[in-house]
Write a protein that binds this ligand. Structure first.
Ligand code: NAD
Ligand code: ZN
Length: 376
């Protein structure tokens, strides 16, 4: 290919600073260094975590940055030492690596590999590591991925090779939201057949959690959201009951407790709000209820009374649904191709990268589930 071994100039949406619209710029993407892969991104979803970094995160060294972490693309070229990937292969970049060697990769109990970008800096690759520049400045790579760019460079331990027949403009959702919610129910909560579940927040992550509860055989799935427009979609993924906290004067945990004769077996918080996290825990039945924190926030402490835990409830968190990305994401792609998991139903809008700020507004205003941006 004409681009191999050369710096590529391409379009990317750059966030120069917090709380400002992204700007479509021409950026330079360096050649892949040792063990790295340069990927031509074909499509990307917009996830709430991108908005969190832009509007709420307050990481002082987090800009300028190229956001986006829910993408899919094609290998353009590989750096020295890469034997597992060839140009032309379809891939999904991963925000949690899987080196296969560290003590966490060796354990079946976690997906949190120590070798990725995340151990160096909480949200972005350090300027030293990034392969992006724009107007003479280093531009950071968000979550080590940066899929709001036509090309990106990712370490091979953070790339999943997927079925060549997979439609990239749909399976990109498995790069974050759908795996996150589905896995939080199936892998982290370990939802049981015949159980009663509650899912708080019905964005793509929460709807995927509903789908996970349903596929694990839950008999009742209570969908909770302040935005009643989301309930119809939740039904498509298997929700059986719908609760809008605004319709009730008592705490939502009491509402759910009354509906379920003492509380749900499993609850999943997919909002990113510490008050909702508490409500989700306290909606669980004493004795064995399990509540999983999936929503993302690092701004406030989360609290409950110790008696909630002493009484037998378990509080857990889930990162990327507990999936070990290199191994499990290709399996989820296969599950989609075999019609065992839904993806198309999450997509409410499609637009070009140039409209990225419209996609952000749609999510901010609760008007979409997922918008897919096309980068071609
Ligand atoms: P989204 O904005 O599309 O969905 C959030 C939903 O929560 C909306 O439907 C909104 O109406 C609802 N909501 C807001 N306040 C509520 C309340 N008080 N009670 C009930 N519902 C409420 O977001 P998304 O892309 O689905 O992401 C959901 C969360 O998951 C975000 O916090 C995101 O950062 C996080 N996330 C976590 C991981 C992880 O690995 N743990 C990965 C991806 C995303
Ligand atoms: Zn995400």
């Amino acid at each position: 290919m004409a681009t191999v071994g050369k710096v590529i100039k391409c379009k990317a949406a750059v966030a120069w600073e917090a709380n400002k619209p992204l700007v479509i710029e021409e950026i330079e993407v360096d050649v892949p260094h040792a063990n790295e892969i340069r990927i031509k991104i074909i499509a990307t979803g917009v996830c709430h975590t991108d908005l969190y970094h832009l509007f709420e995160g307050k990481h002082k060294d987090g800009f300028p940055v190229v956001l986006g972490h829910e993408g899919a693309g094609i290998v353009e070229s590989v750096g020295p030492g890469v034997t597992e990937f060839q140009p032309g292969e379809k891939v999904i970049p991963l925000f949690i690596s899987q080196c296969g060697e560290c003590r966490f990769c060796q354990s079946p109990k976690t997906n949190q590999c120590v070798k990725g970008w995340a151990n160096e800096s909480p949200d972005v690759m350090s300027p030293k590591e990034t392969r992006f520049t724009c107007k003479g400045r280093k531009v950071l790579q968000f979550l080590g991925t940066s899929t709001f760019s036509q090309y990106t460079v990712v370490n091979q331990i953070a790339v999943a090779k997927i079925d060549p027949s997979a439609p990239l403009d749909t399976v990109c959702l498995l790069g974050c939201g759908v795996c996150t919610g589905f896995g939080a129910a199936v892998n982290t909560a370990k939802v049981e057949p015949g159980s009663t579940c509650a899912v708080f927040g019905l964005g793509a992550v929460g709807l995927a959690a509903v789908m996970g509860c349903h596929s694990a055989g839950a008999k009742r799935i209570i969908a909770v959201d302040l935005n009643p427009d989301k309930f119809e979609k939740a039904k498509v993924f298997g929700a059986t009951d719908f609760v809008n906290p605004n319709d009730h004067s008592e705490p939502i945990s009491q509402v759910l407790s009354k509906m379920t004769n003492g509380g749900v077996d499993f609850s999943l918080e997919c909002v990113g709000n510490v008050g909702v996290m508490r409500n989700a825990l306290e909606s669980c039945v004493q004795g064995w209820g399990v509540s999983v924190v999936v929503g993302w926030t690092d701004l406030h402490d989360v609290a409950t009374r110790p008696i909630q835990l002493i009484g037998g409830r378990t509080w857990k968190g889930s990162y990327f649904g507990g999936f070990k990305g290199k191994h499990d994401v290709p399996q989820m792609v296969k599950a989609y191709l075999d019609k065992k998991v839904k993806l198309d139903e999450f997509i409410t809008h499609r637009m070009p990268l140039e409209s990225v700020n419209d996609a952000i507004d749609l999510m901010k205003n609760g008007k979409c589930i997922r918008t897919i941006l096309s980068l071609e």
